[in-house]
Design a protein around this ligand. Structure first.
Ligand code: IVH
Length: 692
């Protein structure tokens, strides 16, 4: 087989397995085998640029091209739906349709996905364009970004699709991706997204598709338009579209009567709580195209469809007082104390008020009866106030102008919604927050220390910044309350071990605002030493991957501060790594992956394997949980661990597989057939986690 044929074969195989994984949720090969094929394809494409294709599965990782979006006119306008909030309105809709359309037709009930609408155009089975709704007539061309969404097929399966068609649907962010993204944003001082819908829309408009690729967007397609569609009805065409590789909701149902529609609505009004993504209602559509044509559309919405919007689960309760919390970055968050109230199965006593602007906008006042809702987030938020119940002596809410922790006057930077305490170096929660971030697992991983011990050490005056950790003596620790000889030893050892933490993680650990894990790694591999980084101008900083002006400014600001500079000097004197190690340059192969090791191995001891995992940027865990990516199983691997891994759908790999993963041995898989000798392939495991 020549390179061209192999490239085509690999693309077809990868497209097919991608479909099984992301759309069918029934993978046939292990994630690892998928990776191996993808790597082979990417190597072949690099060697043969003449066979490059924008729709190759390798392009799913995104590119760095920054584009300003071009506007594209929709071939058919993207209409919206008329909304209803009651079953009476649905009954009106039903009788109107029956009157106009006569007897014989069906409805299709679907979930209304809460994301952002997209129109995808396919020509000869390939994705050629992805356009946002825009104003309904024209939208933004976001093709490069959409190509990174794994459940959107780049090349269709089978051969019975029309040569040209458009398919529309929703791009959304599942809860798991949303929580991860917001956690990361909070971690580096970025403002979190208010809900998954905003996060999906914001992500789709990112200039850098590599960022989009990391955000875990997903899709459901719910409307297909074109000349030569296989069927004359919606439901049937969508089922067919599923076989071409599109992700179509498994929860669409055909309904014939109003009773069936209300049963569907009643069911999902409750069951939506269990879905891993947000839905804000049900869409009821006429199935047959000829009936749709007969009914027509208004300028805004089709007459053959209607949306039933679920009522947001809401509670009304009294706002008793507001606390101001200060985070690691100095951001001040107002938190409401409420009269406890039941909401979606839990008792709510506190809720977020976001920021001063939001409070002013809602005109929320202490003493008011306020509405509380749960969004995609677990933390409830206040969404409004009932003015009719406002006490007569109420006064507008005044946001604090001083830090509640250190008394420093707050600042509100231009263009930001939040207030900040600028006393970074001496405000206790900021100091503690920075130390806690520094010792955290993904940063310096000083696991002998926990949050409480950090607080204790700070209270006792033993530490006031991250550099002080390296001056701690065993004797100072063992005499402290709640700590003994053993904990003191643990702390000292884990501080000692942190001197080996690679430069990229050290940069992340410093807690420079907007510098997350990826940015820190990119900076480390671009500049290689701290000295080079310190010498770099703002412009030179932006030459590193994914570093824009905002991040560059923040880095410059951090190192220009004399107190920070002194801390960095002390860390350097303490032997912290401020240079990239040669092996670190390629050591990120296992970044983001976590391993549990069980059993005995032919060529390595367990400790050696653990060390290899760390060296390649992976993590070792002792117990199998949903956070585990791989169970590295040797002979006599623990039965309980294997069972648990299988139950949770965690991938089980052998020593040989592992060595191949870090690039030091041939994999125990047969590439051409895609079959593998891993336990995963022997029917012992079903891969469910993310592919990479
Ligand atoms: S059908 C002409 N089906 O709701 C009708 N829309 O308010 C085309 N949406 O912009 C839309 N889930 O973004 C349809 N199952 C579903 C949907 C859905 C979510 C969104 C879509 C549209 C908006 C209309």
């Amino acid at each position: 087989m020549n390179a061209k044929e192999r490239i085509e074969e690999l693309r077809a195989l990868l497209n097919f397995h991608n479909y099984l994984y992301y759309v069918e949720n029934a993978p046939k090969i292990s994630d690892y085998d998928y990776d191996i094929m993808l790597r082979e394809l990417s190597d072949l494409e690099a060697a043969h640029p003449e066979y490059a294709s924008p729709n190759s599965p390798t392009n799913r990782v995104g590119s760095d091209i920054t584009a300003t979006f071009t506007q594209v006119r929709h071939r058919f306008p993207m209409l919206s739906l008329s909304n209803t909030y009651s079953l009476e309105e649905i009954a009106d809709f039903d009788s109107r349709i029956r009157k106009e359309a006569g007897g014989d037709f069906e409805y299709v009930c679907e979930l209304k996905f809460d994301g952002t609408a997209i129109s995808l155009t396919y020509e000869n089975g390939e994705l050629v364009r992805a356009v946002t709704r825009g104003d309904g007539t024209a939208g933004d061309d976001v093709t490069a970004n959409v190509r990174t969404i794994r459940s959107v097929p780049l090349k269709l399966l089978g051969n019975d699709y029309p040569a040209f068609f458009e398919i529309r649907g929703e791009i959304f962010m599942p809860h798991a991706s949303f929580r991860k993204l917001n956690r990361e944003r909070e971690e580096i001082g970025e403002v979190p997204f208010a809900n998954p819908r905003n996060a999906a829309a914001g992500t789709l408009k990112q200039q850098n598709s590599a960022v989009v690729a990391q955000r875990g967007l997903d899709s459901f397609l719910y409307d297909i338009q074109g000349e030569n569609l296989p069927y004359a009805s919606h439901y049937e065409n969508l089922q067919k579209a599923k076989s071409w590789g599109f992700k179509v909701s498994p929860d669409m149902r055909k309904c014939r009567t109003l009773e069936e529609i209300s049963a569907y609505i009643a069911y999902w009004d409750k069951a939506r709580e269990t879905l891993p993504y947000d839905t804000d209602g049900v869409v009821i559509k006429v199935n047959e195209y000829n009936v749709r044509r007969q009914l027509g559309s208004t300028a805004k919405a089709p007459r053959w469809a209607v949306a039933y919007k679920f009522k947001a689960e809401q509670a009304l309760t009294r706002l008793l007082s507001v606390d101001f919390q200060v985070g690691r970055t100095g951001a001040v968050t107002p938190v409401a104390n409420l009269t406890p109230v039941q909401l979606a199965g839990t008792t709510v006593k506190r809720a977020s008020l976001h920021n001063a602007e939001q409070i002013a906008l809602l005109d929320v006042r202490v003493g008011d009866m306020v509405y509380v809702e749960k969004g995609g987030e677990i933390i409830p938020k206040i969404t409004g106030t009932d003015i009719s119940q406002r006490p007569t002596d109420s006064t507008p809410f005044v946001f604090t102008d001083h830090c509640p922790e250190c008394g420093t006057p707050l600042v509100k930077p231009e263009g930001e919604a939040r207030h900040y305490c600028p006393n970074q170096l001496h405000c206790p929660p900021q100091i503690l927050g920075r130390i806690i971030h520094f010792i955290s697992r993904r940063a310096m991983n000083i696991d002998g220390l926990g949050e409480e011990t950090v607080e204790l050490l700070y209270e006792k005056g033993l530490i006031g910044n991250i550099a002080d950790l390296y001056d701690l003596k065993r004797e100072q620790l063992s005499v402290l309350p709640r700590l003994g000889e053993k904990s003191a030893d643990n702390i000292v050892t884990s501080i000692e071990n942190s001197r080996k933490v690679p430069f990229g993680r050290v940069l992340y650990a410093l807690g420079i605002r907007f510098v997350g894990e990826t940015t820190a790694k990119n900076l480390a591999s671009h500049f290689r030493t701290l000295d080079n980084l310190l010498k770099a101008s703002r412009e030179e900083l932006t030459e590193a991957e994914e570093v824009g002006g905002k991040i560059a400014d923040s880095i410059v600001r951090y190192f220009a501060d004399p107190e920070n500079a002194a801390i960095v000097d002390r860390l350097r004197a303490a032997g912290i790594r401020f240079e990239i190690e040669e092996k670190e340059a390629q050591a990120n192969t296992l970044a983001g992956l976590s391993f549990v090791i069980s059993g005995t191995f032919e060529n390595h001891s367990r400790d050696e394997l653990k060390e290899l995992i760390e060296e390649h940027g992976g993590k070792n865990l002792s117990t199998v949980s949903s956070n585990t990516t791989y169970l590295l199983a040797g002979a006599k691997a623990g039965g309980a661990k294997l069972t648990k891994a299988k139950k949770l759908g965690i991938r089980i790999i052998s020593e040989a597989d592992f060595m191949a993963m870090i690039g030091t041995a041939a994999p125990s898989v047969t590439l051409q057939t895609g079959s593998a000798a891993t336990p995963a392939e022997n029917g012992e495991n079903t891969a469910q986690g993310s592919l990479f």
